[in-house]
Design a protein around this ligand. Sequence first.
Ligand code: SF4
Ligand code: SF4
Length: 386
Amino acid sequence: MQALEQLVGQARDLADGGIGLSDKEAEVGRIMKICNACRYCEGFCAVFPAMTRRLEFGKADIHYLANLCHNCGACLHACQYAPPHDFAVNVPQAMARVRGETYASYAWPQAFGGLYKNNGLTVALALAGSLALFLVLALNFAGGIAHAPLSGNFYAIFPHDTLALLFGAVFAYAVLALGLGVRKFWREVSPGSFSGAATAEAAGDVLQLKYLDGGHGMGCNNADDAFTLLRRRFHHFTFYGFMLCFAATCVATLYHYLFGLHAPYALGSLPVLLGSVGGIGLLIGPAGLFWLNFKRHPLHGDAEQKPMDRGFIALLFLTSLTGLLLLALRDGPAMGLLLAIHLGVVMALFLTLPYGKFAHGVFRTAALLKWSIEKRLPNNLQLGSE
Ligand code: SF4
Ligand code: SF4
């Protein structure tokens, strides 16, 4: 106990001294020093074994550990030093606050880092609404919103090449911005070389969302200290729904450019099947995550980031909802209107992608890969076990 109190004292010094850290980073440094002495939560997730490889926590270490944390809440409810204890150890909240700083400080271009703070639910809905309205008005000027049934031929309303150029350019920018941001992060935290085994393990951890199981397989804490696998399940619906919709777009692009098969595609075709199944997943997942977000224990996360979380979830849900409605009614006279609304929502999603909640998946994947590499390296401290 005496050793722990000494470490707590040192941790306070670290927090007070700052040594180039922000307040939020210094708080993670303080807490990690306490956890490093306690180590009760060592088996919960990758954060704690990664922590035991360090005695000091510099800026890069703190951002790495923060993004390795999946915010499952398990270590808060297990912690004997959690508030109202004087040590006030709240790992998930401290990590969540630093993750917000990760997104902003590694943003590309750097000047756009502040957009993460503004990318909330109101902005997401206002942007989607404005873009949809703009397209509806454009449609109206071009010949009227209502039209004779067009057998689902979207390109009779908006030309294929215009859509491909516009959406392709915005999506490519999102990939570039996120890619350059995570490259900067990786360079600062990179511990060593890739190996096939490390990469495969990290990919498995990402695809399974392994660390949303709370370390015991029973799941996260959400509203209270009860375990639930719902957060993991709804993330899976969202992730795989998104990937299936992306696959549908890729297959349709191949059909168009490689095989000369142009939309509209039949209901039983591969692009429509992939898009439909993905779209259903992208309704269930975001709806569930939205519900869990509202019920979340206030000590788990960073309240300041909730608008950003909800904005992203809402855009995913609306993208899927408008896409499925468009598919269902594509043979009718309202297809143009539904298409304009759907395209407005998708454009809002793409525009907010590089400066919104989507970033958490990219930085967490990089942190998991680093952990898979790091755990294969000798632990020079020899103070803990994995
Ligand atoms: S969160 Fe609490 S119980 Fe867990 S290792 Fe840290 S100090 Fe110990
Ligand atoms: S909240 Fe969960 S994932 Fe994050 S450090 Fe605690 S146990 Fe690990």
